[in-house]
Design a protein around this ligand. Structure first.
Ligand SMILES: NC(=O)c1ccc[n+]([C@@H]2O[C@H](COP(=O)([O-])OP(=O)(O)OC[C@H]3O[C@@H](n4cnc5c(N)ncnc54)[C@H](O)[C@@H]3O)[C@@H](O)[C@H]2O)c1
Ligand SMILES: [Zn+2]
Length: 689
């Protein structure tokens, strides 16, 4: 057991030998950030005091390299560090008088910047700069925070670490805490680090390697001690049993759109679900009902997860959920009113981020999928902290006013204001059939560019893998999923829509696009060809449309469906009666669904492409030969033939169809339903009338 919890040094002297001091700092930072047991995502920071030449005067100076504001030590690069003149930084201690000046002192940091480095220094810069050691690490290790969040944190720090680790009570990071930390380190040369109450760990060393290994050693000491001393069963044992895995997933799929529909009115949210063993151990436990309302302890935890989670019974219905969610909002508004200062920023979104479902797991919702996933990871950190603290002492959440002062800190608000404006489709979820094909993948990319989460459903496994891999690389793994599905198979369609809801928490856009072509004169059209064309194009659009519609309706946020029909859905064309008829049926199905969906705000519209040769797989095979033959031209003359046939004399590409899809999928068209849009460079036969 103990062996599993021990962190091992990953330091490689051969790699280190080739690195300069900033390189060593980066190496150590990436190693520390690569393990969530050492620090949470985006949490903690590292520094080194490095000798350098002043770029202007050539004088010898000492420069503090410290992780910049934002960023993550696990994945940061060298440009993620801020650099400051140590001598200027140290003089600021003399200018500082009292706590009310703290925020203003942050501006003064700007005057200490070395070499015009544009990276803003972290608020912990003071703590790093004032510790009189060349290398300093600050991490949010769960094992150490468990001690720092225990009621008798002072005694425990002493008991576990003896005299080698000091202690400072909770205080919001700033110059004041930096001065205290510096003084503690200076007057106690035997210390190798300090536990910050309700916060985390500072450690230091004479070399990069020594600092790194010191940090691991201290965390290991805490983890081993906790493991040996935590009361068992943890969290007072289980109050409820976990449902079977497939039942947990089914409950999550039912609850997520219901929750999402109620909390996304002002800002669309994407969801995440986890039923990891450590989550189930907590949500099922006797202690959960008492511990969860105490809130999280470490500031990083509650900035990501809100001050506390909402507990939701697995069998709650819509009205029951309304009561719970409204109760949470009222509670949050009361917290805001109790704690606000005259100059506090306005109250932010009062909805919970974390939803704990006993027997089932944890659901989280945030402005986008990666934020929702990371928020869940943070709550797992918080669970680990509560497990340790409550197991060896009494767990304490951070004082409510202190929590508020961090959450609504003017510097935090300034950081939020600096964030880029949300993209048009941020937090929304689209399901696209035939997503591995030409028009489907172009439409997916158009939506991804606007911040939409996308699920690509297709029958072609190899093409799907390739398209999903490409998008994951360009837009991030959290944004995109692929699902193998045949639109003619009811059970596969149901499962694919369910997997979309499970992956992102809901659904907003359905693009019915999967397709094939068929061509034959009426008398040569076999029943098999007729049925296959109808199955994929008409019945397939019905099945996907119906399943999507059901989710949109349950969720209650409206939504948009876009059907990719064809010029041939409007204009009959010789030699393709099955295709033309099936495409016409799609258009009429869209109109029927537009009628029924309107009261729920569900819009259904159609885009009609024509002659999109490039990127399209249906133009790769027999279809091209048949079209070329019936026009008495060669296959490679087809594109030019269709261009000349169009009124605008232009070729049509998948990206052009994707613009039509985006128009109907987004709010740009939110007063349109039951419409169709031809994207065909102009064809008089398909004019609307
Ligand atoms: N390309 C054009 O000129 C054109 C013109 C008018 C209409 N359309 C329509 O546009 C849509 C997309 O066509 P495209 O040009 O991108 O073709 P494409 O062949 O590149 O893409 C179609 C995708 O649908 C998938 N698919 C086929 N059968 C499926 C099934 N049973 N279940 C799930 N997926 C299936 C294919 O694997 C393919 O990835 C089709 O509905 C087509 O009828 C295309
Ligand atoms: Zn911290």
């Amino acid at each position: 057991m103990t062996q599993d919890i021990l962190l091992k040094s990953l330091w490689d002297d051969t790699i280190a030998a080739s690195l300069d001091e900033p390189g060593l700092l980066l190496y150590r930072s990436n190693l520390l950030g690569s393990d969530l047991r050492i620090t949470n995502f985006g949490g903690g920071n590292t520094s080194a005091k490095v000798a350098a030449k002043d770029p202007l005067t050539g004088a010898d100076v000492t420069v503090l390299w410290v992780k910049g504001s934002g960023g993550d030590i696990g994945s940061m690069k060298l440009d993620g560090f801020a650099t400051l003149y140590m001598d200027k930084l140290l003089t600021l201690r003399g200018h500082y008088r009292s706590l009310d000046q703290e925020d203003a002192m942050v501006d003064a940091l700007g005057h200490c910047i070395f070499n015009l480095n544009p990276r803003a220094p972290s608020i912990d810069t003071w703590l790093h700069g004032f510790v009189p050691k060349p290398h300093v690490d600050h991490v949010h290790s769960d094992a150490v925070i468990a001690i720092a969040a225990a009621k008798d944190q002072v005694r425990l720090t002493q008991e576990i670490f003896g005299g080698e680790i000091g202690y400072l009570p909770w205080q919001r990071p700033g110059i004041d805490l930096g001065i205290k930390l510096g003084q503690l380190a200076e007057s106690n040369p035997g210390l190798v680090g300090v536990v910050l109450g309700s916060h985390g760990l500072f450690t230091w060393g004479d070399t990069a390697k020594a600092s790194y290994e010191q940090t691991l050693r201290i965390i290991n000491k805490a983890a081993v001690w906790l493991d040996a001393n935590v009361k068992r069963p943890v969290f007072g044992g289980a109050a409820v049993a976990s449902l079977a895995a497939e039942d947990r997933a089914a409950v999550a799929r039912r609850l997520m759109p219901l929750i999402r529909g109620r909390i996304s009115k002002s800002e669309m949210k994407a969801g995440h679900f986890t039923d990891a063993p450590e989550v189930l151990e907590f949500v099922n436990s006797n202690a959960m009902a008492d511990l969860a309302p105490l809130g999280t302890s470490c500031p990083d935890h509650f900035l990501r997860t809100k001050i506390k989670p909402l507990i939701v019974p697995a069998d709650v219905d819509g009205p029951g959920l309304d009561v719970l969610i409204e109760g949470y909002r009222a509670d949050y508004a009361a917290y805001y009113d109790r704690c606000k200062h005259p100059n506090s920023p306005a109250m932010r979104d009062p909805n919970a981020v974390i939803y704990l479902v006993p027997g089932v797991g944890m659901i989280s919702f945030a402005k986008d999928k990666s934020t929702a996933r990371i928020s869940a990871e943070f709550y797992v950190n918080a669970i680990n902290v509560m497990r340790g603290a409550s197991g060896v002492s009494e767990y304490q959440g951070l004082d409510e006013q202190e929590a508020f002062n961090i959450e609504y800190w003017l510097l935090e608000e300034a950081k939020l204001q600096r964030m880029p404006k949300p993209k048009a489709m941020q937090g929304r979820v689209a399901f696209i059939t035939g997503g591995a094909g030409g028009i489907g993948s172009a439409s997916a990319e158009r939506l991804l560019r606007e911040g939409c989460n996308v699920v690509l459903a297709d029958i072609d496994a190899a093409a799907l893998d390739e398209v999903v891999a490409g998008f994951s690389k360009r837009y991030g793994r959290d944004m995109v999923r692929g699902v193998l599905m045949d639109v003619t198979r009811e059970e596969q369609v149901i499962a694919a829509v369910e997997s979309t809801v499970a992956a992102f928490g809901g659904l907003d856009v359905v693009v019915n696009n999967a397709g094939i072509t068929s061509a034959a004169a009426v008398e040569d059209t076999t029943l098999a060809m007729w049925n296959r064309t109808m199955d994929i194009l008409s019945t397939g659009y019905f099945l996907v449309g119906r399943e999507g519609y059901r989710v949109l309706k349950a969720q209650g946020l409206g939504g948009s469906m876009v059907f990719i029909s064809s010029k041939n859905g409007v204009a009959a064309s010789p030699g393709a009666s099955a295709y033309c008829t099936a495409k016409a049926a799609e258009i009429h199905l869209a109109r029927c669904m537009a009628l029924e969906g309107a009261p729920m705000g569900i819009r259904v519209n159609v885009v009609n492409p024509d002659a999109v040769l490039r990127g399209s797989k249906i133009w790769k095979g027999e279809w091209s030969q048949q079209r070329a033959a019936s026009n008495k031209i060669a296959v490679d003359e087809l594109e030019e033939h269709y261009r000349k046939r169009s009124l605008l004399l232009r070729s049509v590409f998948p990206e052009d169809i994707a613009e039509g899809v985006y128009f109907f999928a987004s709010d740009l068209s939110n007063k349109s339903t039951g419409n169709f849009l031809n994207v065909d460079a102009g064809n008089a036969v398909s004019f609307t009338r």
